[in-house]
Write a protein that binds this ligand. Structure first.
Ligand code: NAD
Length: 696
């Protein structure tokens, strides 16, 4: 008998108990154990019904994801499920924790389902770029109707048990501490009532709205743009309404196989693991102690400071917000309140939540209030002099052991740390705008930052709902450093003959939320302009300088905030509209610098924008700014909306093939010059060895 499934008897009930910690995943052992146990129950005449229950913290929470992509060892899940459903003796699933994916498919094969009130059920395969492949798409619609099943399968949500009961998915909620005992009693009650096995596969699908598939597809078209799996889920559920069960199962299998073999699902599974792995900082011992963070302080209540403070208040952590003047403080806090009130108006938090969170944010003008806080995050103007002054003050007032963090996007964290007598306690915490919304947090480790500070900052990131990625000090860190290279190529492409809307469309179609120029208009063109001007003033000369964007800024067009930038905008609307005036400016600009404009292909736009980022990513890895390619991928997915189904720029590069990218870089080097198009040594080596970033 398999060691992860135990079969026993309670009076006339066969009890099949799965015990495969931590989440009772459906490994080969569990599948074999279930099969064997059901056969035992069937061959024992004294047994009249069976119960499937799980030990530990949850019912079967899904497939064993480590087996994904490999041929499934016997017995297959579909076969095991079939045997359960075909049992002439009633089988009852007893659910606690979460019955997810294959776990719910096992429960759907049972004839009756009971659950404790805290349980949840769901088919989250779509989040891995897949669909439920063991009958879930065919049985669920038969049990709960096509409409409800469609939403559950295509959205992959966890459904609370009360809702599942009203859908008809759960037959009985058992409010008990002894689920096994209560489930046995429930099975006995079913027997006493003369209940027979009830096969979900033999039920009729309820289709209340025959247009549900088209309507639903339309409703997700924008949000799920580029994704394959949600649309395959729709097809599979539709098949359940059109085909007999066995044919529907075959259709499900075909659609499942297409997804399993697709680059998209590989990318989404990669992201699933990377998201978990990114929290582990290589070289940082697992048992590194963490400092306790009970209170925090933010310096500056501007665009970033206010949003950062909200993250702490949302997590129930009291936070001081310090400003230079009462006026700035009032203004900053008013923005925070307005944000919360907007959220409450949308019904996502209550009025009480608004007041509770506002009460956790304590405005102050005095550094003395920061004497006892555990963590300070500075978010003042991006100016080294001002930042150093702030850190000098913090050094004087903050208690020993307090973590002093900066939200700088471009300045040297080591230099900021040098303004204190405790550089070991200083670190960068680079939030993305809007700071209360964007999930990414680049945690910048300085030369002298202590291990326990890194560990604490990584853990507080998660507590305030962020995905923390540990990176090193360099200009722009990981995200903006790569973004900058893409921006440069985008500018050149426009100079050479493309128009901003063509460049933006290529990157939008690739799956980015918006193209580089729409993004600049959103962020404000003046930000980059000021940085470029300052660099020029410092005597920094670019081998090739592009100035057409500067001309737009000098016209007073800063982007969305002034109603016009690279594009123009209509009052109250954020849709970028190509502007003939800018097209004229660009054409004249090209002429002025002696460039004969040419047709630029979409392929060239994609290659130049993306390969330059990949090449920079390779340098970032070589320099140890990011420890692993997955750190870069997570930065791009959570900070810039890189399409999850492409896995991040480094994973995508591997899928394209580094040899191909290397050859293209050489091609552009010959055409455009070596200054910007020299392959990173790491990329060159991997390309020549026929390897990828992930199999170095
Ligand atoms: P901002 O101009 O909106 O806000 C800065 C605030 O700091 C202002 O309210 C100002 O009154 C206050 N301030 C200035 N000097 C101060 C001092 N000595 N003491 C107390 N308060 C002071 O700027 P922002 O966009 O919020 O940027 C803040 C920091 O965050 C910068 O370092 C910036 O590089 C970084 N950052 C900005 C973004 C972004 O998209 N805006 C994104 C990531 C990081």
């Amino acid at each position: 008998m398999s060691s992860v499934v135990e079969y026993s008897k309670a009076a006339e009930i066969g009890v099949i108990a799965v015990n495969n910690p931590p989440v009772n995943a459906l490994s080969q052992g569990v599948r074999a154990g279930l099969q064997e146990s059901v056969r035992k129950g069937l061959s024992d005449e004294a047994v009249k019904a069976m119960v499937i229950v799980c030990e530990g913290r949850t019912f079967i929470a899904g497939a064993d994801i480590r087996e994904f992509g490999k041929p499934m060892a016997d017995p297959g899940l579909v076969e095991v499920i079939r045997e359960i459903e075909d049992s002439p003796k009633p089988v009852v699933a007893a659910i606690h924790g979460t019955a997810l994916g294959g776990g719910l498919e096992v429960a759907l094969a049972c004839h009756y389902r009971c659950a404790v009130p805290s349980a949840k059920v769901g088919l989250p395969e779509v989040n891995l770029g897949l669909l439920p492949g063991a009958g879930g798409t065919q049985r669920l619609p038969r049990l709960v109707g096509a409409d409800a099943a469609l939403r559950m399968i295509a959205e992959g949500n966890h459904v609370p048990v009360t809702q599942a009961e009203s859908m008809g998915l759960i037959d009985r909620i058992l409010d008990t501490d002894d689920l096994r005992g209560a489930a046995v009693a429930y099975a006995q009650e079913l027997l006493a009532g003369g209940k027979r096995p009830r096969k979900v596969s033999e039920m009729q699908v309820r289709l209340d709205n025959p247009n549900v598939f088209e309507e639903y597809e339309k409703s997700i078209a924008r949000k799920k743009r580029g994704f394959l799996a949600p649309f395959h889920c729709i097809k599979a559920v539709k098949a359940a309404t059109e085909l007999p069960f066995d044919q529907g199962m075959r259709r499900e299998r075909e659609l499942f196989a297409e997804l399993m073999d697709s680059p998209q699902s590989k990318a989404q599974r990669h992201v699933f693991f990377a998201e978990r792995e990114v929290a582990r900082v290589p070289g940082l011992p697992k048992d590194t102690p963490k400092r306790e963070i009970r209170t925090a302080g933010i310096i500056g209540a501007g665009t970033m400071g206010g949003g950062i403070a909200m993250n702490f208040a949302n997590a129930g952590i009291p936070v001081y917000v310090l400003e230079g003047s009462q006026e700035a403080l009032d203004k900053g806090l008013a923005v925070v309140r307005r944000n919360y009130e907007n959220t409450a108006r949308k019904g996502r938090i209550t009025r009480d939540d608004v007041e509770q969170r506002m009460a956790l944010i304590k405005p102050t003008l005095s550094y003395d209030d920061l004497a006892e806080v555990d963590l300070v995050i500075e978010a003042v103007f991006e100016d080294m002099g001002i930042k150093k002054e702030v850190f000098g003050k913090l050094d004087r007032v903050c208690k020993q052991g307090a973590i002093l963090a900066t939200n700088t996007s471009t300045l040297d964290v080591n230099e900021i740390a040098s303004a204190t007598s405790r550089p070991q306690d200083v670190m960068g915490m680079h939030f993305f705008s809007p700071a209360n919304v964007m999930r990414l947090l680049e945690n910048v480790r300085g030369e002298k930052t202590a291990d326990d500070v890194v560990a604490t900052v990584m853990s507080i990131s998660r507590r305030i709902g962020k995905v923390g990625v540990c990176v090193g000090v360099c200009d722009g860190f990981v995200g903006n450093r790569m973004l900058h290279k893409r921006g440069r190529e985008a500018n050149f492409l426009v100079e050479e003959g493309a128009l901003p809307q063509q460049v933006d469309k290529v990157l939008y179609d690739f799956g980015m939320p918006m193209g580089p120029f729409a993004m600049s208009d959103l962020a404000g063109l003046d930000v980059g302009y000021r940085i470029r001007q300052a660099k020029r003033k410092e005597g920094h000369v670019e081998p090739r300088d592009s100035t057409w964007l500067d001309k737009i800024v000098e016209m007073g067009r800063y982007g969305q905030k002034t109603g016009a930038g690279v594009y123009r905008y209509e009052e109250g609307n954020r849709t970028p509209i190509p502007d003939p005036e800018i097209e004229k400016l660009i054409v004249e600009h090209s002429k002025g610098i002696g460039i004969e404009r040419r047709e630029v292909s979409d392929q060239e736009i994609l290659e130049r924008c993306m390969y330059t980022m990949v090449n920079e990513g390779a340098k970032i890895l070589e320099e140890g700014i990011a420890a692993r390619p997955l750190d870069i991928d997570i930065v791009w997915i959570y900070g810039y909306g890189f399409p999850v189904y492409r896995g991040g720029p480094m994973f995508w590069a591997d899928q394209v093939g580094l040899d191909k990218i290397y050859d293209a870089i050489l091609k552009y080097r010959d055409r455009l010059g070596a200054e910007y198009w020299t392959p990173a040594p790491l990329l060159e080596r991997l390309a020549k060895e026929g390897k990828g970033f992930y199999d170095q």
